[in-house]
Design a protein around this ligand. Sequence first.
Ligand code: PLP
Ligand code: SF4
Length: 340
Amino acid sequence: MTQPIQPLTRQACWRQELACAYTSPEQLAAALALPADALMSARSAAQQFSLRVPRGYAARMRRGDLNDPLLKQVWPVADEMERQQGFFGDPVGDLAAMPVPGLLHKYHGRVLLVVGGACAVHCRYCFRRHFPYGQANALARQRDRVLDYIGQDESISEVILSGGDPLSVSDSHLSALVGQLAQIPHVKRLRIHTRLPVMLPERVDNALLAWISAFPRQVIVVFHTNHANEIDQSVARGFARLSTIGVTLLNQSVLLKGVNDDADALCELSEALYASGVLPYYLHMLDKVQGAAHFQVSADYALQLMDIVRQRLPGYLVPNLVYEQAGALSKLPLTGGVRK
Ligand SMILES: *Cc1c(COP(=O)(O)O)cnc(C)c1O
Ligand code: SF4
């Protein structure tokens, strides 16, 4: 289905939007009229991993409600500062799977490039919150080595741009990199994992569409959306613009306690995604990163939720429930016995 590309009212201003994101608990608390007693612990937790929330994203939150599912993803809390057994700095073995700094080669046929450390938002559960972005960036000094590595291994058919958020990088850098990837004949697909179109829909501007369209083979964009309330009209418009240029649109979510750990929320998310032309791909169990233990949902409960979701939705709207294990050759499906 093709539609004309809809004009954006505020063209090319995503950098300004990014620059004026909330970066302190005080600002966000004032904007949302949050109770003052939440500020103290937010301040201390934000010292370890700073707060960052785009204004447009905050505008989708309920005022005065610390339990808002969007706010919960970004609001620093005291629980983050507790050391929990079994939670680590590098929970998924990223540092052991980097043949070239910034290039992760864990799975057959696919490499993942860390092309930028910046994000439009700081998600409190982020599994890369301790990642050494400074040293490991596929775009910086490493670019030639990364391209050599991909060029020399014909089994690599898909290159994934990740980060941080790869779309926090400028279009000129991305366009140059993608142009070079296009020269490698065995790279059949380009995949972009990003949360920016949800956080900052202005990012889906003409410059972005131009370099994506210029890639001569298939392109997949995997968004990261955790709750239906994250998708407002402007986000849906961004999705539609990408769809118009023939990009396959998928979504991955993280199962998060207090955010989306109920069947209604998961079903609504799948429905909202599909209404905007996006298919749910993965629902990830939380990676056990230090500071995120309070978001953990038990495997048993996750399986129960998926049973309900499967009963309520068509199969194509049911994401694959997976977890990541250091050293495994794929994401691993979380499965249980047959339940009635
Ligand atoms: C998740 C991931 C991929 C992609 O896995 P798919 O199952 O193809 O989505 C590739 N490389 C790394 C390092 C990953 O973490
Ligand atoms: S956008 Fe992704 S990489 Fe960035 S903080 Fe959130 S989860 Fe982490």
